[in-house]
Ligand binder design. Sequence first.
Ligand SMILES: [Zn+2]
Ligand SMILES: [Zn+2]
Length: 255
Amino acid sequence: MSATTIVRIPIFPFNMVNAHLIKTDEGCILVDAGTPGSQRKFERVLRQNNLSFDDIKLIIVTHAHTDHAGGAARLRELSGAPIMAHEDDAGYYSRKEPMTFCPTGPVGKLFFKTPLPHESYEGFVPDIMMRNGDIVDLRDFGAEGVVRHTGGHTPGSIAVELSSQDALVGDLVASGILIGGIAFNGHAIRPPFEDDPQKVSRELQRLVESGAKRFYMGHGGPLGASEVLRHAQSLSRILPHSCASGQCDHARPLC
Ligand SMILES: [Zn+2]
Ligand SMILES: [Zn+2]
């Protein structure tokens, strides 16, 4: 199996929104698809790495927020690569259910009032639909590692764990201020929205304990294991959020 390199794809500048490329000798895997209409940004980074859309073996969408799933349908058209995602976000991917948002604080509440998180995107059905408890081996797609369901940020959030000790975790953790690494990029924070901080905390601790050393995220990053662990431990002290405690019926757009 070939060595892997993680390449950041800037969707917005200053680490505000990232997608990533897992580059191997056999091609590449995309992790997240950016906002709708981001394909030129992917094309540019692919070209800089002597790759094209044809080299994409798989498109992993970590969760259904528009900054991660928005460009997926178009990137599938351009590459012919299958989309992998989890069924617990499938209703959002198909656009049949309205996305719900659980703000983590004043920034999340303010961000919710902007058009950004609500930007509509072309719906899709994932070609590889993960179901609860599934662990998918990436060997068939040229990389050594697995994709695992974490939930926590959204019901169907998934994370990539590579044997190179790199973890690509979507929005399980963020860094910087507001939605990215404009400043304090090395400081872990909660993203603007998060369904279940206790679950996120357990998953981040599990990742650190299983040997992940570098964490690549949708906003800010990358972060080292010790900073992620500090954040995970502080999350575990947060009282259960109404979304996590089952009081939220997820029928409303905002918990
Ligand atoms: Zn998100
Ligand atoms: Zn995000």
